[in-house]
Design a protein around this ligand. Sequence first.
Ligand code: UD1
Length: 417
Amino acid sequence: MSRFIIEGGSKMEGEINVQGSKNAVLPILAAAILSDGKNVIYNCPRLRDVDMTIEVLKNLGCRIDFERDCLEVDASGISGYTIPDELMRQMRSSIIFLGAIITRFGKAEISMPGGCEIGNRPIDLHLSALRQLGVGITESHGFIHCVREKSTPADIHLNFPSVGATENIMLAACMTDGITTINNAAREPEIIDLERFLNRMGARIRGAGSDRITIEGVHKLYNAAHTIIPDRIVSATYLACALASGGTVVLKGADSSHMGAMLSVLKNMGAEIYEDKQKIVAVSPRRLKSIGTIKTMPYPGFPTDIQSPFMALATQCEGSSVFVENIFENRFRHIEELVRMGADIKADGRVAVVIGKSALTGARVAAPDLRGGAALIVAALAADGTTEIENITYIDRGYEALEERLSSCGIDIKRRE
Ligand code: UD1
């Protein structure tokens, strides 16, 4: 099992090129099966989740070519319409293939995604929307069997703006007859990126980024090329790293327009943040101030994905900060690890109170999940001494060449197998 060994105490100083967005590229790769030839994706991050998505695509019969950051998906030889259990278990977000496979084949078979580290993660909203789009669904022996019985558009109301359900509906409805609407749609920038890619392929989708998306079905989709948006969660993680270390970072290629809620929290902590179209610069203040209460919300609210890295940063703020996790019920598992490093954090249910500033010390800790692992990196930079982080395969799911990027900014971080 790989580990990171990090020596705390150095100020992070330097420039980082921000990777493409994991959560944007995954549904776009599912969409790539909707035309009959090669789709080209630029700025594709090299991540374990992308590798697993490539396995799903190969399993369906796609040919893949991945050079530098350019991923070509050739779906002309696609024949399969099932996602086997072992792939589904490795990556729960493969559920996003359901809508795309149904559009391509009129049927799909996937194993039931179980819960995961951060919670139950039901898929009732996905399935109910698909039923409204004329898909017959039966569940048996841990598998979901879907058959498109009629190609009906629908007026769908989500009772929660689920990111994955919104994307699945866009993929399932883009080639039905008539106009489908999604009300209370998720508004995340990654949904706008999916809309852009599908429209480049010839789809007619409007409204992504608002809470009402309309999808006018078309008969055929064509090959397209597309550049993935920068990863806003990774960007915010590097800002937290720089501030935890008392340093300065320039994030090249970051898009601050996707990061309003996160940047406003950092500014309230006293960080100096400069933004323009090409970059974000963060400069540490002499002392970080506490940030009051942060509640995770659907976009444009504060993202659940950055709750844990910012909680690690809050241990370095003077005074108390409160975190309320409204999206996933089991997303506080990093707390126990941060406490091992000397953090003063008390949690009850979905609320955690951090009392700062704590003098963190290096310790042996284990990443509980992807973003919880990122929180331990942030804490390790602030800590005195050596931190050893185990289970870093979680971190590899979402952070491309993390140790190279941090090393280039003067951080002493090594990967040990
Ligand atoms: C996506 C992101 C994930 C992020 C999350 C919330 C990807 C690959 N992953 O996950 O990083 O943390 O958005 O911003 O893009 N829910 C239901 N029933 C459903 C679907 C969801 O009850 O059918 C609930 C979930 O349990 C959760 C909430 O809705 O409590 C949000 O989930 P959702 O927005 O669907 O997250 P994902 O798309 O799984």
